[in-house]
Design a protein around this ligand. Sequence first.
Ligand code: PMP
Length: 377
Amino acid sequence: MGPGPANADPRILAAQSLPLLGHMHPPFLKIMDEVQQGLRYLFQTDSKYTLCASGTGHAGMEMAIANLLEPGETIVVGNNGIWGTRVCDMAGRFGAKVVNLQTEAGKSFSLAELTAAVEQHKPAVLFLCQGESSTGVHQSLAGVGEMCRKNGTLLLVDTVCSLGGVPMYADAWGVDAIYSGSQKCLSAPPGGAPLMLNDRALQKVQNRKTKVRSYYLDLHLVGDYWGWYGSRSYHHTGMVSMWYALREALAIVAEEGLDAMWARHEAVHKQMWDGLRSMGLEPFVEDPNDRLVTVNTIKARAGCYGAGRCVPAGVDWAALCKNAMDKYNVEIAGGLGPTAGKIWRVGLMGYNAKPANVELVLAAFRDGLQQQNYLKA
Ligand code: PMP
């Protein structure tokens, strides 16, 4: 119940253990086609250009950056946690000019702030993280795609912690490129990074003047393996078992339906916060509209967090996590990057986003807080 990986669905684990097929054999190419089709539904796009990058979420991140930016081009990075910081680092390595648009951990960017930055810098790419898992912030994308289009900018969005847990309408919202991860709301093991480009983003890749600086992540080559350009040729050995797993994960998404899946994530988030608040705990993210339902951040450090919202002294967050693991077999995580030592993080994602799991997390919190005399037994 940490920020991921979440437990995998047993159906997905069973699919992953099926016998291998050859990575260029027609039955396997059909499985790749079905993965692409399932991803179109998940991203809510009609774009032909979907695939699963071979690697974890970082592979999707690096694939997007390596292909969408040429050396000397500008990227504006919405940075409100560890993922923005990493994208700044990565884009710099590929020779881009990086504009670090930083805001406080726990806050999202307003459309006005993003518009001002894009109009000033006219970047090739604007990066945003829809689900900032180090802070528990949900970034609204309303109006951002349209604004980017007006300024000749591509909108790139990280959905590793959010895809399947909160709404995403890639086409309707004008999101040009998205990457994600297999191990969070999709309930598969780590190792696959769903990715999509729309026509605008693909055109940018095809019109590059310079070669993509990574062979392994070059979408001219990887896209060809996935059939983006009409033919299919060997680039690397496809992650046969991983793609069985993702295909099963996408089948499960389609069976439940996205609306029901988003509603389920929202409902367990509400259930958990009803319980946490009854113990006197408070969300780290001040604005209710900014709270991510899939990774929940809870103030853990004694002290005041602005506007007179204080947490009583004497709670050892790490001791609570240890007790939860030792006694309940439940992972509750601490903070990461800018939130290290300040918060707890509870993931409610995919297979794990169930009422019974919320009850277990609440029991672990209640017990941990009672042991530390923060709550009366
Ligand atoms: N982006 C976000 C929002 C994430 O939460 C993570 C993983 N925690 C990543 C990117 C990186 O993914 P991975 O660890 O699978 O490489």
